[in-house]
Design a protein around this ligand. Structure first.
Ligand SMILES: Cc1ncc(COP(=O)(O)O)c(C=O)c1O
Length: 411
């Protein structure tokens, strides 16, 4: 019997309900039913041409071996230069650690920072892996309910109230999944102050960096202009830090803005003293991130690819505007226009709440051909009242989805 026993920690990790919905959607499609996919958290665009070409060139040139565990030096330098050019941050490339996606980065950070029993504060709702990966390391995710009044984000007061004797740090995401909300400069400064006052650390998941839509968050052609923008937002928490040893860790990835989900390349920016232990962990966990993926990622940061990423960002913005207006018209609650990522976290109209978001999503898919994700995938706080719609479908398909959602409304 014991040969078939799995470690108890596995039981604590739940499957994504959205996967079941995706299987259901595939079965429907196999029967010829048309489904609008708004459940998936990845861009519907394939990687931009310069990225594809660089990937092919890397294979042709035989770049098929291991790289340094910390990543190709040229990529670490290019990432540092990207922060300089687009976010006005002078960053030492030595603090950049290239990883196997942001997921790989969080596994390394969980191994680096968390002792069994340590508490980690996270917003509820939030991206489920951001609590399951620390849980796997033996830590205790401490979910703090957030709502529209704090832009669905943790703030200084929320952290101060939730911090307990075993809490070691805070993990926030900006822009966030599933709410698309962006942390204000003031809230970020408060969070930094709170963790430093408690000798803890702050992890900032910036994987949707670049996918931001209000005018003041436009990516600017050069860093010099950045300082001139009146804004209560920052493109990266790094803009608020002057000390390279401050206990703030940034997680990022080529998956979303750069449209490279399947290449599995992400990165971290870490305090300088953390680089050497992270290198040891990466060497032992997976040796190095994909070499071909890293060569392709280098092209993702070049001007020709950046032009494509920016065009796509504008397309996402138009989709967001259409979807938010349409959902509001149908009676869904969207109290704040989501400023980033590609999600709308909408509250079900009152008359649909009794049966809950999971039942609604199943009915929406089975009877109306729209796949969306129930809020219950992202936490427990009012999760049954919410649905996440990803605008990873073009405008025409979003129009179709809105018509179908309208048909699913009680009369
Ligand atoms: C908030 C957030 N963080 C991290 C990830 C992981 O992304 P990846 O491992 O592809 O870089 C995702 C993916 O959806 C996400 O939504």
């Amino acid at each position: 019997m014991s040969g078939n026993r799995f470690a108890a920690r596995v039981d604590a990790i739940a499957a994504f309900q959205v996967m079941e919905l995706m299987d259901r959607a595939r079965r429907l499609e196999a029967r010829g039913v048309d489904v609008v996919h708004m459940e998936v958290g990845e861009p519907d665009f394939i990687s931009a041409d310069p990225i594809l070409e660089a990937g092919r060139a890397a294979i042709s040139a035989g770049h098929t071996g291991y790289t340094s565990a910390l990543g190709l030096p040229a990529l670490r330098q290019a990432i540092a230069a990207y922060y300089g050019r687009w976010h006005g941050v002078a960053l030492d490339p030595e603090r950049v650690v290239v990883t196997a996606g942001a997921s790989g980065a969080l596994m390394l950070l969980a191994a680096l920072l968390l002792e069994p029993g340590d508490g980690l504060l996270l917003a509820d709702p939030g991206y489920p892996c951001n609590r399951y990966i620390p849980l796997f390391a033996g830590a205790q995710p401490q979910l703090v309910p957030v709502a529209a009044d704090t832009a669905y984000q943790l703030d200084g007061a929320g952290v101060a109230a939730a911090w307990s004797a075993h809490t070691r740090g805070v993990l926030v995401a900006s822009p966030a999944n599933p709410t698309g909300s962006v942390l204000a400069r003031k809230a970020l400064l408060e969070l930094i102050g709170q963790v430093q006052a408690r000798d803890g650390w702050l992890l900032v998941d910036e994987i949707y960096q670049g996918l931001v839509y209000p005018a003041e968050l436009e990516m600017l052609p050069d860093a010099a202009r950045h300082g001139g923008v009146a804004s209560d937002r920052v493109g990266s928490v790094l803009q608020l830090l002057t000390d390279a040893a401050a206990p703030v860790y940034v997680l990022n990835s080529f998956s979303k803005y750069f449209g490279m989900t399947g290449w599995r390349i992400g990165w971290m920016v870490v305090p300088e003293q953390a680089v050497a232990p992270l290198e040891r962990l990466a060497q032992n966990f997976y040796i190095a991130p994909s070499s071909i993926g890293q060569h392709a990622a280098l092209a993702a940061l070049g001007d020709p690819a950046m032009v494509v990423h920016e065009q796509r960002r504008h397309a996402f913005c138009a989709r967001r505007n259409l979807l938010v207006a349409g959902l509001r018209e149908l009676g869904f609650g969207v109290p704040r226009v989501p400023e980033g990522a590609f999600y709308v976290y909408a509250e079900l109209p009152e008359q649909l709440r009794a049966r809950g978001s999971r039942a609604f999503c199943e009915r929406l898919l089975d009877e109306h051909g729209v796949a969306a994700t129930p809020g219950t995938d992202f936490g427990t706080y009012r999760a049954g009242d919410h649905v996440r719609f990803a605008y990873t479908a073009d405008l025409a398909r979003i129009e179709t989805a809105l018509e179908r959602i309208s048909a699913a409304m009680p009369t």
